[in-house]
Design a protein around this ligand. Structure first.
Ligand code: PLP
Length: 428
């Protein structure tokens, strides 16, 4: 296996040490690390051309305007939309989803279809629209093994759906949905499709022209970019019928005291002074990912996940969530540990092994409630990870399990206290 798909030395956060040991960062599904070229691009904006795009006529303003439009072109190419005007810069995927949900002006009689495994960012909005406007909300149950039931989708679509809003790759178990087929079937029933690409765009090539989705949302901070920067990408013409989420400066051609004319998309959706440094950093992140090669990246994630899954499964107290095969969930390894609360496991792994993972319910609360789980541990892989990160995770989990008793079911309060009291052997 090549050690990593990206150079570890490009990521300053990986230079942090616990004593003489490295940090093993396995939480990229929450927030990826930022490489030096991205940090540099953001700093250069403030250092060398800190202007307002599209406002002043001086050279700083001209330069930032030019670079922001280049970033738009970069995202259009990266996502296969081909048209830069179909790229809207927003704060994050949550804002992109809200822009679509509110912008479509859905009302009573419209129905939105989501899965039972959506991030809260693709759920709460629809619940609000149901309460505020009487918009219908249908939920498609996803089988635990990672398969997708096209007949169930057909049945749901046949009941009349205005918008299908689904993840492309799940943040909970790393499965991906057959998005092209879903879009085809939804369109055949006259429904539009919004895909939450937060966990897919960082890892796999996304060709929106091929997938055919009407809208695609992502956050740059999961793909080597800065926080507070996201994208809504749209199919040709799909932005035209969308009302802006917020309005003000930058969104208008002209105003009088009583009226205004909105600019064409995408500018009508980018109200107020924008996060230029963030957009330029996100653009630099695309360059880094393209240089690494997204096919290489996906294969790299999968190999690490295979190594981790095989090693953890040797212990029968480890239960992997989602598809059995790592190839079907390459960037994510989610698991529960018999007798150990997931949050205690995460604290133990950090304190004892410098292994940074996510624990809890991953913003998909109802999925855990339905299964009586308090949550799970999630390790996620990215281009700067290598086998040493995987092996540290496995050693940490092994030690944790040897120090806690095997209970018959999910962790009980007394066991949680026991796990908390357990001190990792190697603390620095
Ligand atoms: C699948 C998925 N959707 C949506 C989000 C929300 O992203 P953000 O908080 O950047 O808007 C996340 C973040 O973890 C996610 O993993």
């Amino acid at each position: 296996m090549p050690p990593t798909a990206g150079r570890r030395s490009d990521f300053p956060a990986l230079r942090r040490r616990r004593g003489r040991s490295p940090v093993h960062y396995l939480d990229s599904a929450c927030m990826s690390l930022v490489p030096t070229p991205v940090l540099r691009a953001m700093e250069e904006y403030y250092r060398y051309y800190p202007g307002c795009a599209g406002r002043s006529l001086h050279r700083f303003s001209e330069e930032v305007s030019h670079r922001i439009e280049a970033a738009r072109e970069g995202f259009a190419r990266f996502l296969g939309t081909r048209d830069p005007a179909s790229i809207v810069f927003v704060r994050n995927a949550t804002e992109a989803i809200n822009l679509v949900g509110r912008g479509l002006s859905l009302r009573r009689g419209d129905r939105v279809l989501v899965s039972d495994q959506e991030h809260n960012s693709n759920l709460v909005l629809w619940q609000r629209l149901r309460a505020e406007r009487g918009v219908g909300l249908d939920v498609l149950a996803l089988p635990d093994d990672g398969s997708f039931d096209l007949a169930a989708l057909e049945a749901a679509l046949a009941r009349g759906v205005t918008l299908v809003s689904l993840f492309h790759t799940s943040n909970l178990d790393g499965r991906s949905l057959p998005v092209r087929e879903i879009v085809e079937r939804a369109h055949a029933h006259g429904a539009r499709v919004l895909l939450d690409g937060c966990q897919a765009a960082p890892h796999v090539p996304v060709d929106l022209a091929r997938i055919g989705a009407d809208f695609y949302a992502l956050s740059a901070h999961k793909m080597l970019g800065p926080t507070g920067t996201g994208v809504l990408a749209a199919a040709p013409g799909a932005l035209d019928g969308l009302a802006p989420l917020i309005v003000g400066g930058e969104t208008v051609e002209w105003t009088t005291l009583t009226d205004h004319a909105l600019r064409p998309p995408p500018h009508r959706f980018e109200a107020g002074l924008q996060n230029y440094a963030g957009v330029l950093g996100a653009h630099a992140a695309l360059g880094y990912l393209e240089a690494a090669g997204r096919d290489t990246l996906a294969a790299h994630d999968r190999r690490l996940n295979e190594r981790a899954s095989a090693a953890l499964r040797e212990n029968d107290r480890v239960h992997v969530i989602g598809p059995a095969e790592p190839a079907a969930r390459p960037s994510i390894l989610a698991f529960t540990l018999d007798g150990v609360d997931p949050n205690d496991a995460a604290l133990f792994l950090d304190a004892g092994y410098g292994v940074l993972v996510r624990s809890g319910r991953h913003c998909v609360h109802s999925w855990y409630d339905r299964r009586g789980l308090t949550g799970n541990v999630r390790a996620s892989f990215y281009l700067y990870n290598d086998a040493t990160d995987v092996d540290a995770l496995v050693r940490g989990v092994d030690e944790l399990l040897t120090r806690t008793d095997r209970p018959p079911g999910p962790a009980r309060p007394a066991e949680r206290r026991a796990a908390r009291a357990t001190r990792p052997r190697r603390r620095r």
